[in-house]
Ligand binder design. Structure first.
Ligand code: ADP
Length: 588
């Protein structure tokens, strides 16, 4: 059975064309045959008519003779011919098929007129005999050289024509059947050779459209279709390879973009997002999952990006800009926007860099420089003032020069303390300070620290108390570092506690750490200042701190030293009631 529309169409048209041509040829052939047979029939009719005329003329009977009538009827019956005899005036005297008396005058018929004028008349019909066509031959009759009438001999021509039509129909039907069968097999063969490979090709093309490059196309034939199939297979392989390459390249690009710290976002000329990496979503706090195709402003709600886009698309130069985004925490972003190559410009790519930390460090550095210069200025000014006073004559003042010199000495000590603390802090921060990590028994270090504070505390009637745990415990750290931490905390506790107060030092295990607390009943720290007391040079009360000989760097040193030993320091305080500092260090 045919499988394709093309196969059926081919079958139909091929069958029709061959059928029409062949039927036409047969019809022509048959018509030609029919014409031949008509002419032969006409010939025979003429001969019969002439013979019959001669017979009539030879007999010599008058035309009205009943004997002649008998003879005509007999002749007509035997030969199957239609015979009419009329007199010279055109009146029918004998007719083999009709009543002669009732027949009209024949001279009004053209064939009789022709016979009268030319000696021979011919016709294919008789108005008195409607229906089947005849061949009529009319000849004049003569007696003694004078015309006496006419004889008409006719023969039915329908039989031959019918015969021919019958042959035509039967022959055409048989031929049609043969042609249809032939056309069917031609269409089948065409379908196998042409349509089937084209269908395969179509299916394989549809596969390529879906991204399937494995569709097989039959390529055995060494013809144009086979060439097409082989070329298609090569093209499939080439596309497959290209797609693989492009996918790998795109994956690499995605990985690179995804692992970049910088945010990258590309938008088209209508500000619709073409791509956005993970970093840019984080930097701009974009929560939507599917960002491609969405308008930039709707996604980011950031005017600066919109302005940067406009500035970049209008210029060939990269546009740089720094702005703040209201994410939590707030971020400062540096942006560089470049227009994408092409005319008209297809869009803009923006690279965003988080410079929050950089700017914070720059600020810190600025503040630090200004704090340091401020801290150094005061003792230096004092040294200068006392030195000038001495130069101006006070050196001769036996009573007061000792005081001036001791003030210079104090300021020098203060400068020295400041510089030492700054250097110490710088070393810890830059990890230059070499820590010798060992198991350090806590009790021993606390003992030493308290020992150095004992006189000061006693002078101000401050009770220094320790609360050791039942068992001796150690921390894992640098002994000098642990001492720095604890001596700073105990020193502060004594410094900021009024006369008659107490300072309690306790320690104990806390999971994998040892927690050491230094608790005083001193002035306490305001809540707002708690977060800041570990910053460099931060003091709640500057005058009091200086008076007590503080540099404002002690707690900063404590915090960084504890962190360097993988520990931490926290504080709890209530103004007027006292403060509790807790240091946690890894257990030894
Ligand atoms: P300072 O050299 O001024 O003591 P620190 O860094 O040691 O500097 O301390 C910073 C500030 O924290 C101090 O100026 C003080 O205001 C406050 N402070 C520290 N320890 C205590 C404490 N035990 N009680 C009250 N205030 C304290």
């Amino acid at each position: 059975m045919l499988q394709s529309r093309i196969g059926w169409a081919l079958f139909f048209w091929l069958g029709l064309i061959i059928f029409l041509f062949t039927t036409g040829a047969i019809a022509l052939f048959l018509l030609d045959g029919m014409e031949h047979s008509r002419l032969r029939q006409l010939d025979a009719l003429q001969t019969s008519a002439r013979l019959f005329r001669r017979e009539l003329e030879t007999i010599g009977l008058p035309l009205t003779s009943p004997k002649l009538d008998e003879l005509v009827q007999l002749q007509a019956k035997e030969s199957g011919l239609y015979i009419t005899v009329a007199n010279e005036d055109g009146n029918v005297l004998i007719d083999s098929r009709q009543d002669a008396a009732r027949m009209e005058n024949v001279l009004r018929l053209s064939e009789f007129k022709e016979a009268q004028e030319n000696g021979f008349g011919e016709a294919t019909s008789d108005p008195q005999l409607p229906g089947r066509p005849f061949h009529f031959i009319v000849l004049p009759l003569e007696a003694d050289g004078k015309p006496i009438g006419f004889v008409r001999v006719g023969q039915d021509i329908e039989a031959g024509g019918l015969h021919a039509s019958y042959h035509l129909v039967v022959g055409s039907m048989a031929l049609g059947l043969v042609i249809l069968t032939g056309a069917y097999f031609i269409a089948r063969r065409f379908e196998e050779r042409v349509v089937a490979p084209v269908q395969q090709l179509t299916r394989a093309c549809a596969g390529v459209e879906r991204g399937d490059y494995t569709g097989h196309v039959w390529a055995a034939a060494e013809d144009e279709l086979g060439d097409t199939a082989r070329q298609f297979t090569r093209m499939q392989a080439a596309i497959d390879m290209r797609v693989d390459q492009l996918t790998a390249e795109s994956n690499r690009l995605k990985t690179v973009l995804g692992s970049m710290v910088e945010g990258v976002i590309a938008v088209d000329a209508q500000q619709r997002v073409l791509l956005a990496n993970r970093a840019v979503r984080k930097l701009l706090a974009i929560r939507a999952d599917d960002v491609v195709g969405r308008p930039l402003l709707e996604l980011t709600r950031n005017r600066s990006l919109d302005d940067s886009f406009r500035a970049a698309i209008a210029s060939d130069e990269p546009y740089r800009h720094e702005f703040e985004v209201s994410t939590t925490p707030r971020r400062i972003l540096s942006l560089q926007a470049n227009r994408l190559p092409g005319d008209p410009c297809p869009g803009v790519v923006m690279v965003l860099h988080d410079v929050t930390e950089l700017r914070r460090l720059e600020n810190m550095r600025r503040e630090f420089v200004s704090s340091v210069s401020h801290e150094l200025k005061t003792p230096l000014a004092a040294v200068r003032a006392y030195t000038e006073t001495l130069q101006l004559g006070a050196v001769e003042d036996v009573e007061n020069r000792g005081y001036f010199l001791s003030q210079i000495m104090d300021s020098a000590d203060r400068l020295n303390d400041l510089i030492q603390d700054m250097l110490h802090l710088a070393r810890i921060e830059s990890r230059e300070e070499a820590f010798d990590i060992t198991e350090v028994p806590v009790a021993g270090v606390i003992e030493k620290c308290l020992h150095t504070q004992r006189d000061t505390a006693a002078a101000r009637q401050i009770a220094l108390r320790i609360h050791p745990p039942d068992e001796e415990i150690s921390v894992l750290g640098d002994e000098e570092g642990v001492r720095t931490i604890l001596s700073n905390l105990i020193d502060n506790a004594v410094k900021y506690t009024s006369e008659g107060g107490t300072v309690d030092v306790a320690w104990g295990e806390e999971g994998s750490h040892v927690a050491i607390t230094v608790k005083d009943t001193g002035i306490g720290i305001p809540q707002a200042a708690l977060e800041r007391i570990f910053e460099r040079f931060y003091r709640v009360d500057k005058a009091r701190s200086r008076e007590m000989g503080g540099t404002g760097l002690g707690l900063s040193i404590v915090k960084h030293t504890a962190q360097a030993m993988e520990g931490e320091v926290t504080v709890q305080s209530q103004v007027g009631e006292g403060s509790t500092f807790t240091v946690r260090l890894p257990r030894g």
